[in-house]
Ligand binder design. Structure first.
Ligand code: FAD
Length: 482
């Protein structure tokens, strides 16, 4: 099943001598656990390194350069793109032991190690009255290092921004093994090139992040949740645009098309909106001080009366939580429409919402596939899920054609082939649809400058890899029900 066969080389034995067998693991269980991420395409590494101290990472990288060993950094392996899979074998650095979190209450900053999970960072901030808005749905599992490497987003993106908008400073290792710091724990830093931002979103190819200083904002004391139903997807998209024209920025503005609503309903056994059948929905949350929320609420109710066929506000936090549970259920429930999913996370500009709704309806018709779509209307980041049955050649081919058409259309509409998941292996066939040859060449030049021996996360982004042509593991991961 594995696409690479491991063997213990002299370099691995030397590393084990230097760092010890507790840090450098070569047992089958450790290798299997690091062989794949959420893309489930397996590549077995030769060793898994579980550093307890930052300096051990420098040792690993220096030796990897000397012996030209491929190195893949791993947070929790939740990426859906194959970015954390050790496609060329070699060594995996597992960051989970480096997981300290400290809140600077006065400055409104969090000092975190890269292996800290995002859920605990949220809770530590909130316990001190602060808020760290980036909130990927995988937050209880994924690490802040992985979020930085992928520039992760989430439901709060439209109002607050994504991981990049909350990074004050980074610390870590160049691929060649030197320790570097990009920025300090100050909100202003204008000294030299901004390589901090170069690392954010570089998918573990330009450096190993070991620590970060995160910006926190005051925790909004009041929230209000509203569920709205629309005749169809076009009506929902147009209504969202009308809301933003009113200068209302909901903290969350989640859209579910009619197919996603049906999936959520079959997963929960309950209608998403009692009395409303076959509707697209938008789930909104306002956040701020009580008076801000009160003021905006009046505007939003007026908007809902004008644009939605029905609307219902949550009366309590529990009721609001029930509404959010519906949104969380729809993704896992899609597997009743097919046993394979091409999970795209495109972003389209607001002005193209109408054109995209029409395109999507056409894509569903012409492909003959179920393509439930949901996502974040505040920032145009939509999760387009192309469902098919792996055993059916016709469906597999239709999915391949559909994803290619989708990517080309998104770029034509002025959008992005990925809004938050990144490129990894899964989106590598489409990189050159988004980027011109000059742009790709510039990115490759940066990579070659920082990683002259090409040891860090090789085989990703620039090398075309067709995920749908490769066997996948059938393992169930702890977050698969999400
Ligand atoms: C159920 C589910 C829901 C999800 N929801 C969202 C969502 O709402 N928003 C979103 O943006 N993403 C989402 N994701 C995708 C994924 O969780 C994110 O991309 C996350 O940032 C990955 O973090 P990780 O710790 O698992 O990193 P990994 O998967 O281990 O690694 C991802 C990439 O980051 C690199 N990397 C990891 N740690 C470091 C480090 N310390 N230094 C340098 N490079 C590093 C790896 O080499 C790899 O290229 C979801 C995934 C799942 C399975």
């Amino acid at each position: 099943m594995y696409l690479e066969l491991p063997m213990t080389t002299a370099a691995t034995r030397e590393l084990q001598r230097r760092l010890g067998a507790d840090i450098v693991r070569t047992d089958a269980a450790s290798l299997d656990a690091a062989a794949y991420d959420s893309s489930k395409i397996p590549f077995r590494p030769e060793a898994v390194i579980k550093p307890r101290r930052e300096t051990q990472i420098g040792v690993v990288l220096a030796l990897a350069n000397r012996h030209r060993v491929p190195v893949t950094v791993r947070g929790r392996g939740t990426t859906l793109t194959g970015a954390a899979a050790p496609v060329r074998g070699g060594w995996v650095i597992d960051m989970l032991r480096l997981n300290r979190i400290r809140i600077d209450d006065e400055a409104g900053m969090a000092h975190v190690q890269a292996g800290a999970k995002v859920g605990p960072i949220h809770r530590a901030a909130e316990a001190a009255g602060w808020f760290y808005p980036p909130d990927p749905s995988s937050k209880e599992y994924c690490t802040i290092g992985g979020n930085i490497a992928c520039n992760a987003g989430g439901m709060h993106g439209g109002k607050y921004g994504v991981t990049r908008d909350f990074i004050i400073a980074l610390r870590g290792f160049l691929p060649t093994g030197e320790l570097v710091e990009w920025g300090t724990a100050t909100k202003k830093f204008a000294a030299g090139f901004n390589l901090r931002d170069l690392w954010i979103g570089s998918e573990g190819m330009l450096g190993v992040v070991t620590g970060a200083v995160l910006k926190l904002i005051p925790l909004p004391p009041a929230r209000w949740t509203l569920l709205t139903a629309f005749r169809d997807e076009t009506a929902a998209f147009e209504a969202a645009r009308a809301l933003f024209r009113l200068r209302v920025q909901p903290a969350i503005c989640e859209f579910l098309d009619r197919d996603s609503v049906r999936c959520a309903e079959s997963a929960t056994g309950r209608p998403v909106f009692a009395g409303q059948k076959n509707r697209a929905v938008i789930l909104l949350e306002l956040a701020g001080t009580s008076s801000e929320v009160r003021e905006l609420r009046a505007i939003v109710v007026g908007w809902a009366k004008q644009h939605a066929v029905a609307h219902r506000a949550a009366r309590t936090r529990d009721e609001a939580e029930q509404l959010w549970a519906v949104r969380r259920k729809c993704s896992g429930a899609m597997f009743e429409l097919g046993d394979a999913k091409l999970n795209e996370d495109i972003t389209i500009p607001m002005r193209s919402y109408g054109a995209f709704a029409q395109f999507l309806a056409g894509l569903k018709r012409s492909s003959g596939l179920a393509i439930p779509t949901f996502g974040h209307l505040g920032d145009g980041n939509l999760h387009v899920n192309i469902m098919y049955h792996r055993a059916s050649r016709a469906e597999s081919r239709a999915a391949e054609v559909a994803v290619d058409r989708l990517m080309r259309k998104v770029v034509k509409l002025g959008g992005a082939i990925s809004g938050e998941h990144g490129i990894g292996l899964a989106k590598s066939p489409f990189l050159r649809i988004q980027h011109s040859p000059a742009q790709v060449k510039a990115m490759q030049a940066v990579k070659a400058a920082l990683d002259p021996k090409g040891i860090l996360n090789p085989g990703k982004m620039f090398d075309v890899f067709h995920v749908w042509k490769h066997p996948k593991l059938t393992v169930k991961l702890p977050w698969d029900h999400k």
